[in-house]
Design a protein around this ligand. Structure first.
Ligand SMILES: *Cc1c(COP(=O)(O)O)cnc(C)c1O
Length: 366
């Protein structure tokens, strides 16, 4: 550690941190961004105005409420649980991170079902938690529930995403019940996209029955606040208490608390847009599935998993020729030749359909 030329700071890094690559959403400026599963409609005008007023009234010279008291109470009332069973975070991502701080570590095990949200594995590896993967069916992307239940029998934490990112697949409440009964660990159902799913899909009604169940939700997708970074978890009081203890005390700032509180109160006013996105999802899926060589999986979320030959080139072509940004998943073996396309507004979806039709017609444009 003497000469400047021999000093290598990398040797100081914790090995699990040195091995990580920073998360890259692969953003580039585009006219139509359908790469991050946001609600591209934005908030309805009236709600937007009330959010703006709430932001203007936010007190900035004082620290925010550590546990987002008003927002937490509103969320608890909405879901019919005690506030002690709710924790608000700086996006669902912070809550996932804190979950690994509280439950992860050497000698502990995470079970997941890939292809799924890659963040779970990233955080697990950072805190040196063993990751056991129970692959989904390569054709349907359904979870192999028997295999999952077997693996979870020795898990500290099992995470199932429903609807699953990036496949759009549901994991039924009946299977959640079975999983909870079979594992000594915590079961987290990540419901970031549940607002777009069919009736009865949520594991929320099982929260009282299953003492090891937690449900993760976010304001980033259906609720139009991706930029504000607010998510929440509902779970057993002991787990929520542990998450409150490991978190950074002021992680959710006053503006985000104020905005999320207004949106939470106005949630019924977002229903029409959510319904429109669901209808658009079906229209977009049917149109894309009608193109030769294109496969589209059924989705309960606000995105579609689409398999198209030469997906990587297709993604670049959509970006460069049409300024449409979608997510390229073709690098992973289990989603080879796949793109993930968020459902946009009617106009945005029309442009995607048109672009894909031209591409397929011109076959070798890529
Ligand atoms: C978007 C997303 C989240 C949470 O995102 P935040 O913006 O951090 O709230 C969690 N899980 C999945 C699967 C997601 O796609």
């Amino acid at each position: 550690m003497t000469g400047a030329t021999t000093y290598d700071l990398r040797t100081l890094l914790r090995p699990s941190a040195a091995a990580l690559e920073p998360y890259d959403p692969a953003f580039s400026p585009a006219r139509i961004n359908l790469s991050a599963n946001e609600n591209t409609f934005g908030l309805p005008e009236g709600v937007r105005t009330r959010v703006a007023e709430a932001l203007a009234g936010a007190v900035t010279n004082r620290y925010p409420k550590p546990l987002s008291d008003e927002l937490r109470a509103e969320i608890a009332a909405w879901h019919g649980v005690a506030p002690e069973r709710v924790i608000v975070g700086n996006g669902g991502d912070e809550l996932l991170f804190n979950l690994f701080l509280a439950l992860g570590g050497r000698g502990r095990r995470l079970v997941t079902c890939p292809p799924t949200f890659t963040v779970y594995k990233l955080y697990a590896e950072l805190v040196e938690t063993e990751v056991v993967e129970v692959p989904r069916d390569a054709e349907t992307f359904e979870v192999d529930v028997d295999a999952l239940v077997a693996a979870a029998s020795e898990a500290t934490l099992t995470i199932v995403c429903s609807p699953n990112n990036p496949t759009g697949t549901l994991f039924s409440p009946a299977d959640v019940r079975r999983l909870c009964a079979a594992t000594p660990g915590v079961v987290l159902v990540d419901e970031a996209y549940i607002e777009f799913a069919r009736e009865g899909a949520s594991a929320e009604p099982l929260l009282d029955e299953c003492p090891n169940l937690a449900v993760l939700r976010t304001f980033s997708k259906a609720l139009c606040l991706a930029g504000a970074r607010v998510g929440y978890l509902i779970g057993p009081e002991v787990l929520v208490g542990a998450l409150a203890a490991v978190r950074q005390p002021y992680s959710v700032n006053v503006f985000s608390q104020a905005a999320a509180l207004e949106v939470c109160r106005a949630r019924d006013e977002l229903a029409a847009t959510i319904e429109e996105i669901r209808a658009e999802r079906e229209r977009l899926a049917a149109a894309l599935a009608g193109l030769p060589g294109v496969r589209v999986w059924p989705s309960d979320a606000n995105f579609l998993l689409v398999r198209v030959p030469g997906a990587h080139g297709v993604r670049e072509w959509l970006r460069d020729e049409f300024s449409i940004l979608v997510r390229d998943l073709s690098g992973a073996p289990d989603t080879h030749d796949c793109l993930r396309i968020s459902v946009g507004t009617r106009e945005e979806n029309d442009i995607v359909i048109e672009a894909m039709s031209i591409l397929i017609r011109e076959g070798d444009a890529r």
